[in-house]
Design a protein around this ligand. Sequence first.
Ligand SMILES: C[S@@+](CC[C@H](N)C(=O)[O-])C[C@H]1O[C@@H](n2cnc3c(N)ncnc32)[C@H](O)[C@@H]1O
Length: 258
Amino acid sequence: MIPGALERALPLLDPDAHDRARPSAAGYVDLLGPASPGSTGLAQDLMLGRVVPAVYERWWRPALGRVAKGVLGPGMAEEHRIARLLLGLSPGDGVLDVACGTGSFTREFARTVGDGGLAVGIDVSETMLARAVRETAEAGLSGTAAFVRGDASELPFRDASFDAVCCFAALNLFADPMRALDRMRAALTPGGRIALFTSALGRTPPLRAWQAVLAGAGGIRMFERDELVTALERRGFVEIRQRVAGFTQFVGGRLPDG
Ligand SMILES: C[S@@+](CC[C@H](N)C(=O)[O-])C[C@H]1O[C@@H](n2cnc3c(N)ncnc32)[C@H](O)[C@@H]1O
C-alpha cells in the first residue's frame, strides 16, 4: 500500500512522469525501471552498489566530507545547519531533496515542515532509496517524506511545485549539472529557495592540477568558485550566498516573490 506522503507527491509529477510512475517493492516510486542514466564514473558507480549505501551515512559521507571540506571545515551537524539556513523552511512547506541518497537531509526537512508539509527525495540509486525508505519508516516520517527514483537532470516535477530545493554532494556527479539547475529552478515557486553543496576548485595552479587528476579519476566535476554563483544569478536568483570550505562550496539563493 502506498504511504501518505507518496500519495501527496504523485500529483506533483509532470503528466509524462505520472504515466511512467510505478510503485517499487521497496516503497519508493520508480520512474526509471531498468533504464538508468549513464554513469559519470567511479563515484557514481559506488552509489549504485550495495556496500556504500550500507555505510554511507555513518562512515562514508562524514569521512569523505571531512577530506573535501578540510579539517576546519563544517562537520555534518554544521552542514545540516547551513541547509536549514539557506532553505528557510517553515511548517507546511514543500521541499525537494535532489540526489537524496539515504535521505538523512530529507528526513530532517520532513521534521521541520511537519505533517502539513511534504519532503520529497529523488535519487537514481535503488540501493540508496531502499535504505532511505526504510530509515524514514523507522523514524515515523513516512507520512511527511516520500521518495522517487528518477534522474536529477530531468527532474520530473511540475513547475512551481516546491518552496525549497536542496542538492547536497551530488551536482558534481551529474552528466549535465546546468540542465539540473534549470530543472531545479523550474520546480520552485516564486520566492522559492535553493541550497547547493558541491565541489570548488582551488586557487593555485598546482592545487588545481592535483584536484583535476583526483576528480577525473573518480568522475567528479570540479566547479570554479564563481561558476555556481553566476549560474544562480543567470537563473534569476537573488540574495545569493556562498561559503567555500576546502575543495567544497555551499551556495544558496532565493527567487524573487511573484
Ligand atoms: C554523495 S551522495 C549525496 C547524498 C545526499 N544528498 C548527501 O548530501 O549526503 C550522491 C547521490 O547522488 C545520486 N545521483 C548521482 N547522479 C544522479 C542523477 N543523475 N540523478 C539522481 N541522483 C543522482 C547518487 O545515487 C547518490 O545517492
